[in-house]
Design a protein around this ligand. Structure first.
Ligand SMILES: Cc1cc2nc3c(=O)[nH]c(=O)nc-3n(C[C@H](O)[C@H](O)[C@H](O)COP(=O)(O)OP(=O)(O)OC[C@H]3O[C@@H](n4cnc5c(N)ncnc54)[C@H](O)[C@@H]3O)c2cc1C
Length: 678
């Protein structure tokens, strides 16, 4: 593969050319000697990209540096970003992680057997892109000046700055700081660059075949070569091993969603079931029309953006500094509610100074070992949550005592000892905390965090709007004020807990929702926009415990909530602003469903069961498949859904490394056998 002119190379890792990439549609003549080992990866998004990076890193030690193999990558979307991070999407859609918190490269924190291959985070990559561009500009101008052709060069460029990225992404990369929220398109370019670098690092002679296709079935015996069947093709790809990195999948609607769709069809209404917002036909939502939106998470933010700025609306700063929304007049009115009734907490806008919370302390490998050693599956609420609650409280109070000692009574060591002895949620713990932390606002109350509007009733919808705006303003202020740094300690503890939970497999949906609500919320600027949209009347909040019913007489959807008793909103459009549940049996992915039908096990919550050690797909007897692996949100090892943050021993890196090593060992054994047979 040659250097890609569209993407900047990392200065420490210039592109070299050991692997060959065979573009889609190329016919390759059949091999006449013992065929090289062949791997098929289905899905070419971030997960597959990270796995290829680990295969490349581990191959020299485990597979022999000079032993090539064939790698087939199957995905209808371009490799690197795949579907979610494809380059052709609205520039208005952002990541919800800060650029400095996104990396595709391992570091010393990662517990892994394979070698560390350092590389830039998204923020560092953007900086390098900017520096490369500046260096190039300086060089070009010097050369042009020498030739007295500066003006001609600028004119020839049409005023565009020279850059390896398309100009709008170059401009974004140039302005990006570690604390910026990049567009999904810039992240797409980063992922593409990582992909190309990983491919270039594969053993010399390796051939990478890119198939822009959908895989529909995997067949083959447990102890023999596997066939991967592609949609519309008669001959399968034959592989020694198959890895599924299928990511976020569309799902068949459940009974409630089917009934809502049928009601919509009967009354000429619009109903969007759970789906990836960027794929929804938002044009169907008409200007000025009320739209009921169920969900206030990240899918809601995407929808809000596409229907406001995406329809020509603009934001301006008022004289008082407040953000003002100037509508285009083409926006619908979004009536938005959810179980909690409030949007996710804003991303924390300051860095940690001083001591990190010393976690894991109450929920680490030893506690997970103990849970796994018990007979039967641990019950999340009974067995796991108390340990998590204790861990989060520990991080919170550790931070309060060490960073804000003026707000506590007594010494940390004395508190810590007593805290360790108090069961979570016990009256003893309440007494201990009340004595040591005088201001109730400084105490950690996980129940109130989970139900922020519980028990609150408003006389009319306008009072709710004001209260909700107050709630969001307070959240924004708090999340940008280091005086509340125990929030950051809890966030770091949440990440630690997430990493531990991976070994317990599927632990149910509530935890994921709670985690996302606290730790995976929108960028602060998005909440500022939401406030402006609320003031402009484009977004109206429905409140907590939002329910949606159908009215066959009036032929409308109706939404009400516990927050404003007796009040309801009618609309001819209903949007479920959330991703589909990643269950195997309801997945629209033919490949996943057929795999399940052919004997792959699913967990009680419907995820594909894989071995925690190396992500091998399990059958219903619990036996790991020798040649099939699966990684990502559709598996019970999904605790690693988000991009890795540098220095956090990210679960995705650990899994990718273990899986890459298991795969390479498998290929090595097979190639030894093939050589002996030949
Ligand atoms: C909308 C959205 C925004 C997110 N934003 C962030 C964020 O800002 N920060 C963060 O840390 N995390 C974020 N995440 C979470 C996480 O980083 C992403 O989910 C990430 O994309 C997961 O990578 P993946 O490769 O496992 O899955 P995906 O990105 O879903 O990639 C899977 C790929 O498999 C392909 N595929 C599936 N089935 C088949 C088949 N049968 N045949 C061929 N190909 C197939 C798909 O086309 C797709 O390209 C976000 C997730 C979503 C859904």
């Amino acid at each position: 593969m040659s250097a890609n002119p569209d993407h900047p190379a990392h200065p420490d890792h210039p592109f070299r050319a050991p692997a060959t990439v065979v573009p889609p549609g190329t016919v390759v003549p059949p091999a006449t000697v013992v065929p090289p080992a062949t791997v098929v990866i289905v899905g070419a998004g971030p997960r597959a990209t990270g796995l290829i990076e680990r295969i490349a890193a581990n191959a020299p030690g485990l597979y022999g540096d000079g032993t090539p193999f064939e790698l087939h990558l199957v995905d209808p979307h371009p490799p690197g970003g795949g579907r979610i991070w494809r380059p052709d999407q609205s520039p208005l859609l952002w990541m919800n992680s800060m650029a400095e918190d996104v990396t595709m490269f391992t570091d010393e924190s990662v517990e892994r057997e394979g070698p560390i291959r350092p590389g830039p985070s998204l923020a560092e990559w953007a900086r390098e892109a900017r520096e490369a561009r500046e260096a190039r500009e300086v060089r070009e101008i010097r050369e042009a000046r020498e030739a007295r052709e500066v003006r001609e060069v600028r004119e020839a460029r049409g005023g565009e700055p020279p850059h390896a990225l398309p100009s709008e992404l170059a401009a974004e990369a140039a302005a990006l700081t570690g604390r910026s929220f990049a567009t999904r398109r810039l992240q797409s370019a980063y992922l593409r660059w990582v992909y190309e670098r990983a491919v270039a690092d594969l053993p010399p002679g390796t051939t990478v075949h890119e198939h822009r296709d959908r895989a529909v079935r995997v067949t083959g015996p447990r102890d023999g070569r596997q066939q991967v069947w592609l949609e519309g093709r008669t001959a399968p790809l034959t592989a020694d091993a198959v890895i599924l990195a299928l990511g976020h999948l569309d799902a068949e609607p459940d009974a409630e969603q089917r009934a809502l769709t049928a009601f919509a069809a009967e009354h000429q209404l619009i109903h969007f079931p759970p789906e990836y917002t960027a794929d929804s036909d938002v044009n169907a939502l008409r200007p000025g029309e009320p739209v009921i939106v169920r969900g206030l998470g990240l899918a809601f933010v995407d929808l809000m953006v596409l229907l406001t700025e995406g329809r020509g609306g603009r934001y301006e700063r008022g004289a008082d500094g407040e953000l003002v929304y100037r509508p285009s007049g083409r926006e619908p009115v979004l009536y938005a509610g959810s179980r909690r009734g409030v949007p996710y907490h804003a991303k924390i806008g300051y860095s940690l100074s001083g001591e990190r919370p010393p976690v894991p302390r109450f929920f680490g490998p030893a506690e997970v070992d103990a849970l796994l050693a018990r007979p039967g599956r641990p019950d999340f609420r009974r067995d796991v949550w108390p340990l998590i609650a204790k861990e989060l409280g520990f991080a919170h109070y550790h931070r309060l005592f060490t960073a804000h000692p003026e707000r506590v009574a007594g010494e940390w060591s004395a508190f810590e000892e007593k805290y360790a002895a108090c069961p979570p949620g016990s009256p003893d713990l309440d007494v201990l905390v009340a004595a040591a932390v005088p201001d109730p606002a400084d105490r950690l109350d996980l129940d109130t965090l989970d139900h922020p509007l519980a028990g609150l009733r408003f006389g009319d919808p306008e009072a709710l709007q004001q209260a909700l705006r107050g709630h969001i303003e307070a959240d924004l202020a708090r999340r940008h004020d280091p005086a509340h740094s125990p929030d950051l300690a809890v966030f770091l503890a949440l990440l630690s807990v997430y990493g531990q939970l991976i070994r317990l497999g599927d632990i149910g949906g509530w935890w994921h929702g709670f985690f996302s609500f606290l730790a995976s919320g929108p960028p602060g600027p998005r909440l500022e926009q939401l406030l402006a949209l609320s003031r402009a009347g484009v977004v109206r909040f429905l409140g907590a415990e939002t329910t949606v019913t159908t009215d066959p007489v009036r032929g409308v959807f109706r939404a009400s909530s516990a927050s404003v008793p007796g009040h309801a909103v009618e609309a001819r459009a209903l949007v479920e602003a959330r991703l589909p549940e990643p269950t195997v049996d309801r997945s629209r992915d033919t490949l996943l469903r057929s795999l399940h039908r052919d004997g792959a096990a699913a967990t009680p919550a419907g995820l594909l069961a894989v071995s925690p050690a190396d992500a091998r797909i399990l059958d219903r007897a619990g036996r790991p498949h020798p040649r099939r692996f699966a990684l990502g949100p559709h598996t019970d090892a999904r605790a690693s859904g988000a991009f890795a943050r540098p220095g956090t021993n990210a679960p995705a890196f650990r899994q990718n490394d273990a899986t890459a090593r298991a795969l390479l060992r498998c290929l090595r054994e097979l190639s030894c056998r093939a050589t002996v047979t030949a």
